[in-house]
Write a protein that binds this ligand. Structure first.
Ligand SMILES: Nc1nc2c(ncn2[C@@H]2O[C@H](COP(=O)(O)OP(=O)(O)OP(=O)(O)O)[C@@H](O)[C@H]2O)c(=O)[nH]1
Ligand SMILES: [Mg+2]
Length: 236
């Protein structure tokens, strides 16, 4: 599946050979309880899936090191409970996050209806240049679909989010979605660093500066990743 992606996983780091990590990117995973946040993370970092996964309590993170545009990037992916009562202090969770996976369950309409609230929370607590990917998970449960793909595409377009449908169970699109997010973060960071270097940051509204034209990428016959805003990339 990663054949189309720029990123590749770094496998089997040899013992005693230290990883020369170029960047560490913090990514947060958010969304209602039981949408599959923990399982998506587990699929991406360990290629594992658990049917009787327990609700997350507090905050955990897992990492996976990948190559993005010839740089070693350690993705540090934070997972917390969807249930309000188990969630950690919000601002601490979002602090330093460069990307967010906002997950809903395609078989539970309510989890999609709550997505707007999660976006508000992100806008309130996270950096305004955070890259957000909306994820419709459990795409393997085709017969139980309650959220049409078009509804999510429309919402993502409206809010300027990237979008993918995934299945943590089958693994479909999970790597692809994470690689896309990490590549976009890389692009944002390159751009920020160029702007800092050239002193252009002063007085520029970054959110406006990063907006671009809409393009769409169809990632497979059934599942899709739509790119709702085009961020400039560079090869630095
Ligand atoms: N069929 C199917 N089931 C899934 C998928 N992803 C997760 N599940 C199941 O959905 C349930 C909830 O998954 P979790 O990953 O624990 O959900 P969560 O969003 O982390 O929930 P909280 O920790 O309570 O916020 C578990 O029974 C999983 O096995 C998927 O892609 N397909
Ligand atoms: Mg969980």
């Amino acid at each position: 599946m990663n054949g189309e992606m720029n990123g590749v996983e770094v496998e089997n780091q040899q013992e005693n050979v230290p990883e020369k990590i170029d960047y560490v990117y913090k990514v947060v995973v958010i969304g209602d309880s039981a949408v599959g946040k923990t399982q998506i993370l587990s699929r991406f970092t360990k290629n594992e899936f658990c049917f009787d996964s327990k609700s997350t309590i507090g905050v955990e993170f897992q990492t996976r090191t990948v190559t993005i545009k010839n740089k070693l990037v350690k993705a540090q992916i934070w997972d917390t409970a969807g249930q309000e009562r188990y969630r950690a202090v919000t601002s601490a969770y979002y602090r330093g996050a460069l990307g967010a996976m906002l997950v809903y369950d395609i078989t539970k309409r309510q989890t999609f209806d709550h997505v707007a609230r999660w976006v508000e929370e992100l806008r309130a607590h996270a950096d305004n240049s955070i890259v957000i990917m909306l994820i419709g998970n459990k795409a393997d449960l085709v017969d139980h679909r309650a959220v049409p793909t078009e509804d999510a595409v429309e919402f993502a377009e409206d809010q300027g989010l990237f979008f993918a449908e995934t299945s943590a169970l089958s693994g479909d699109n999970v790597d692809k979605a994470f690689f896309k997010l990490l590549e976009e973060i890389y692009g944002v960071m390159c751009r920020k660093s160029l702007e800092c270097d050239s002193g252009k940051l002063n007085g520029v509204d970054q959110a406006t500066a990063l907006k671009g034209s809409k393009i769409e990428v169809i990632a497979g016959p059934d599942l899709e990743i739509s790119e709702m805003k085009k961020l400039s990339t560079c090869s630095c």
